[in-house]
Design a protein around this ligand. Structure first.
Ligand code: MF3
Ligand code: CO
Ligand code: CO
Length: 251
């Protein structure tokens, strides 16, 4: 069930797809400014993905209506870009890009600061990014997948933040979403033992308030139940002999 991608062809394919998704995400980050409509981010991602020879895997996925997820402030994930939504000074915005290239998938997201958000908001974003890297550093052949979540949960708690458990990371390869579910909380002893060649995402959603979420009437937008801010970072990783190989590293 875990995509075990060890042969040279699949490895090359996953590296290319990951690099492409990372480049598109970096490009999207460079167009952000107060006043920009989130639909413009969707247009950029659609075109940039195509220019690199790929397709946006999220477009039409279970009916998702856009090429990218744009999740602002209290939106946890799966925000739908819109021509009527404009970025404002002080916003947090997660941009989540999933590229399919030659049948392989790369999935990556970052939370960007628009202008100068509050100190609490900046703290949250910093913690969310550190949580992603704490998870990545827990990856090693022979360890259990649960160690990834345990490392993330410990750091988030120490920083006074909560971890969303309604959504998680996932295996990835010839499809965007494959088993297993990657939990962003412990216990460490849970889940499959990691083996070289496994590919999955780590994508902690970290909240300033409580961990609970609800879905808006559009059927997609996930928001915090208490309305507090949420931030997320995501990388696609491959279990290498010495630890995680980050396939969506920004350069
Ligand atoms: N890229 C998202 C993830 O990290 C997937 C969103 S599915 C969509 O798993 F349909 F909402 F785009
Ligand atoms: Co993902
Ligand atoms: Co994603």
């Amino acid at each position: 069930m875990f995509p075990l991608l060890l042969d040279p062809n699949s490895l090359r394919g996953m590296r290319r797809a990951g690099r492409s998704a990372a480049a598109t995400l970096s490009g999207a980050g460079r167009i952000l400014r107060p006043g920009l409509r989130t639909a413009e981010i969707d247009r950029f991602v659609r075109r940039d993905t195509a220019r690199r020879g790929g397709t946006p895997a999220q477009l039409g996925y279970h009916g998702f209506p856009a090429s990218v997820c744009t999740s602002r402030n209290q939106v946890v994930c799966h925000g739908i870009p819109s021509p009527s939504e404009r970025l404002e000074e002080g916003d947090l915005l997660n941009v989540d890009v999933t590229t399919c290239l030659e049948g392989w998938h790369g999935d990556t997201s970052r939370t960007f600061l628009i202008g100068a958000p509050s100190p609490e908001a900046r703290h949250l974003v910093e913690v969310a990014e550190r949580c992603l890297w704490a998870g990545i550093e827990a990856v090693r052949p022979g360890r259990r997948l649960g160690e990834v979540g345990a490392a993330i949960e410990a750091l988030a708690r120490a920083e006074g933040c909560s971890v969303v458990t309604d959504f998680g990371g996932h295996g990835i390869g010839r499809a965007m979403h494959l088993p297993p579910h990657v939990s962003h909380v412990g216990p460490a002893g849970r889940g499959p033992v990691l083996v070289e060649g496994m590919c999955f995402t780590i994508e902690p959603m970290i909240n300033l308030g409580g961990p609970r979420t609800r879905i808006l009437e559009d059927g997609w937008t996930v928001v915090t139940e208490d309305g507090a801010l949420s931030a997320q970072f995501e990388h696609t990783v491959r279990v290498g002999a010495e630890g995680a190989e980050v396939l969506t590293r920004a350069r």
